[in-house]
Design a protein around this ligand. Structure first.
Ligand code: IPM
Ligand code: MN
Length: 353
């Protein structure tokens, strides 16, 4: 089959890691007789430099016209250190998510047996950890009203959620729980926040329709601790935008590197596949980044196109590269394979499988 893929490499290490994911997709095309047409567009700081807009109209159109979007990363230090910047690269990512209606961000977390000793956590604690964080992506404090007082001495951000927004993400999370181990944890801060109490209320109204799924509730501070103390207790976790952002980065500690975590953002329009990590500006252009998070995001992209067997081919090849300890410096300082070498290795494993 033929698929149109929008390629949005973005900033920092984005272009390097995206290139490796494309190598693996081309290997799949070759092996399984598909074809992928990649059309590149600007997003993030590079888009601001060229057009003044971090998510230009042309990029939006390209996403809309495609079967899936492969996204690298965005962010540049010149904006991080300038709180007064009016236009920021991150706005590009947020606008992309909002304009494509991508209300759900799926972030699977699991360990890789051959790399387990590289986790800062004890092996016996994390062995078998395998869960998915489902993060609400187009609401909450990321999109609520914000502002500054006239004298500039006060600023505010508002965490707003509506019942329909909560309901649709919880529905999606129940669907995942049913495909997995029928266990769903809602993470919130209902002991303090009114919006969290609406999450709980909505969940409680829904549990009756999903009596085959075991539901529990955790406050976010407690969940943050449990992810480290007892990660195997989780199966599917559903939470709001800000909590999900933080907890998914925290969860990457279990796997041993943030460079291993893929994600899918799905909703009303074309789905986007991107690594959980950021643009890692210090590593940009050095060919040292770990491409696996983006390569595994490409595997999720294939799942989404109903090419699950092809997605598994990528996952098996990634697994093999780790079994062979053919890994980048974040996983092994001695071995320290280049980003492009890891990409070549994984693409070759696919071709030779
Ligand atoms: C992520 C990133 C983004 C977010 C930033 C870059 C806006 O951290 O995808 O997790 O907070 O959503
Ligand atoms: Mn994040």
């Amino acid at each position: 089959m033929n698929f149109k893929i929008a390629k949005l490499p973005g900033d920092g290490i984005g272009p390097e890691v995206t290139e490796q994911a494309i190598k693996t997709l081309n290997a799949i095309a070759n092996k399984a007789g598909h074809s992928f047409d990649f059309k590149e567009s600007l997003v993030g700081a590079v888009a601001i430099d060229e057009t003044g807009d971090p998510f230009p109209e042309e990029t939006f159109k390209n996403c809309q016209d495609s079967d899936a979007v492969l996204f690298g990363a965005i962010g540049h230090p010149k904006y991080d250190n300038d709180p007064k910047a009016k236009v920021r690269p991150e706005q590009g990512l947020l606008r992309m998510r909002k304009s494509l209606g991508l209300y759900a961000n799926i972030r699977p977390v699991n360990t890789f047996p051959s790399q387990i000793h590289k986790s800062p956590l004890r092996k016996e604690l994390i062995e078998g950890a395998n869960f998915v964080v489902i993060r609400e992506l187009t609401g909450g404090v990321y999109f609520g009203t914000r502002g500054r007082s006239e004298d500039l001495n006060m600023a505010f951000d508002t965490m707003t959620y509506t019942r329909p927004e909560i309901k649709r993400i919880i529905e999606l999370a129940f669907g995942y729980a049913r495909k997995r181990n029928n266990k769903l944890t809602l993470v919130d801060k209902a002991n303090v926040l009114a919006s969290s109490r609406l999450w709980r209320e909505t969940m409680q109204d829904m549990v009756g329709d999903y009596s085959d799924v075991a539901v529990d509730y955790l406050f976010v501070d407690n969940a943050a601790m449990k992810i480290i103390q007892e990660p195997t207790r989780f199966d599917v976790m559903v939470t709001g935008n800000l909590f999900g952002d933080i907890l998914s980065d925290e969860s990457s500690v279990i796997t041993g590197s943030l460079g291993l975590l893929p994600s899918a953002s799905v909703g009303e329009s074309t789905a986007v596949f991107e690594p959980v990590h950021g643009s890692y500006p210090e590593g940009a252009g050095k060919d040292i980044a770990n491409p696996i998070a983006t390569i595994l995001s490409a595997a999720m992209l294939l799942d989404h196109l109903n090419l699950v067997e092809e997605g598994d081919m990528i996952r098996r090849a990634v697994e093999k590269s780790m079994d062979d300890n053919f890994v980048s410096e974040d996983l092994d300082k001695e071995v320290s394979k280049k980003c492009s070498e890891v990409g070549d290795y994984i693409a070759n494993c696919i071709l030779q499988a």
